[in-house]
Design a protein around this ligand. Structure first.
Ligand code: PLP
Length: 376
């Protein structure tokens, strides 16, 4: 691959000295799980998001799962979410015993469409999990207002969106809890799994803390059956180093996205940033009816790209029992057929962007030629 979709090795080379020093210091400390570095990370990320509390957990998936449990979501409840997300969002809901109810997306942003939430609310509905997909927040004003009117919990799946903003407020700070993933490819990623819950609610934070440690509020005292979902010191040490660069990286991602927008806007659908939103471009996702041809052409020429997501969750085998069928959520299904993420990472040069754009143009030119011949 000449240009990878994610450039994790390049990022490590840039920060090698600082990361190696932080890892060595952590190894020498003799504290490896839930120690001072995890506490510092929890405070740092909560502060950055404009939240009062942060709780480090084993993954973004567990951040969602434990937040839902801490809010009392359980068997028999319904939780509204997007079908156009990584499986973990719905998987976390199902693991609590609740049923995910999928609501179609806004085709411009690929985030849940608040207009379509209202008709799905019934007596069993307990929560909404909006997903800030690709690094852009869902329409949280609308989601929170609906939730407030109906007495529902809001858990933000902000796994892809650390640093994103909606009308000046950061991802994670608008719902009852906000959930982040430190999966290596994320804008703030570790070297393994990790996640974090932020919240304004002290009691909710305390419940997540207890749940992540076998239901234990203090050593060898267990008030419930919890889980082992702890964050380790090595990940926290690495993340604290990387965090110092997060804002610069987000700004660079935005500058690169503007460059792509200018060069691609006339040949494919470019990602829409909703007015009042700060996008973080975890993924730069174009849409085209010729998506599969573009993908093949890019890959043949050494350019990494990926389909996020090829099968919307309501059509996954794992959710067959819920009874959805093709055509039920048409915008999510259309998106699944058209989206393609192309490389966008802070180290990408203008020449690399232009090369990628040229390859996309090749396909557009070829396809318009084919269509021209067909209509002759
Ligand atoms: C939208 C979304 N939700 C949840 C997750 C789960 O996070 P993790 O992989 O850290 O468990 C991810 C990460 O891939 C994600 O992108």
């Amino acid at each position: 691959m000449l240009i990878e979709l994610f450039d994790l090795r390049g990022q490590y080379s840039e920060l090698r000295e600082d990361i190696n020093a932080a890892v060595a210091e952590s190894l020498c400390s003799g504290r490896y799980i839930l120690g001072p570095r995890v506490r510092e990370l929890e405070k740092t990320i909560a502060g950055y998001c404009g939240a009062s509390y942060g709780v480090g957990v084993a993954s973004g998936s567990d951040a969602l799962f434990l937040s839902l449990l801490a809010c009392g979501i359980r068997d028999g409840d319904e939780v509204i979410t997007s079908p156009f997300t990584f499986f973990a969002t719905a998987g976390a809901i199902t693991r609590t015993g609740a049923t995910p109810v999928f609501v179609d997306i806004d085709p411009g942003t690929c985030n849940i469409d608040p207009e379509k939430i209202k008709p799905m609310i019934n007596v069993k509905t307990r929560a909404i999990v909006p997903v800030h997909v690709f690094g852009q927040m869902a329409d949280m004003d609308a989601v929170v207002s609906l939730a407030d009117k109906n007495g529902l919990v809001v858990i933000e799946d902000a796994c892809q969106a650390m640093g994103a903003e909606h009308r000046g407020r950061r991802a994670g700070s608008l719902g009852h809890a906000g959930c982040f993933s430190f999966f290596p490819t994320k804008n703030l990623g570790g070297y393994g799994d990790g996640g974090l819950v932020v919240t304004q609610d002290e009691r909710l934070a305390a419940r997540v803390e207890i749940l992540r440690a076998h239901g234990s509020p203090s050593k060898f005292v267990h008030e419930s059956i919890g889980y082992n979902s702890r964050l380790d010191e090595l990940q926290a040490a690495v993340l604290l180093v990387k965090f110092k660069h997060l804002e610069r990286w987000i700004e660079q991602r935005n500058a690169l996205a503007r460059h792509y927008d200018q060069l691609l806007g006339d040949i494919v659908a470019i990602p829409l940033a909703m007015e009042g939103n700060r996008h973080t471009y975890h993924l730069y996702v174009i849409r085209s009816l010729c998506r599969d041809i573009i993908k093949t052409h890019l890959e043949r020429n050494g350019i990494g790209c990926g389909i996020y997501y090829p099968i919307p969750l309501h059509l996954q085998k794992a959710y067959k029992h819920l009874g959805y069928k093709a055509g039920d959520l048409p915008e999510a299904e259309r998106a699944a057929a058209e989206v393609l993420a192309i490389p966008l990472h802070p180290g990408l040069s203008s020449a690399e962007i232009e090369k990628i754009v040229q390859l996309v143009r090749d396909v557009a030119a070829q396809e318009s030629g084919v269509r021209g011949q067909e209509s002759e």
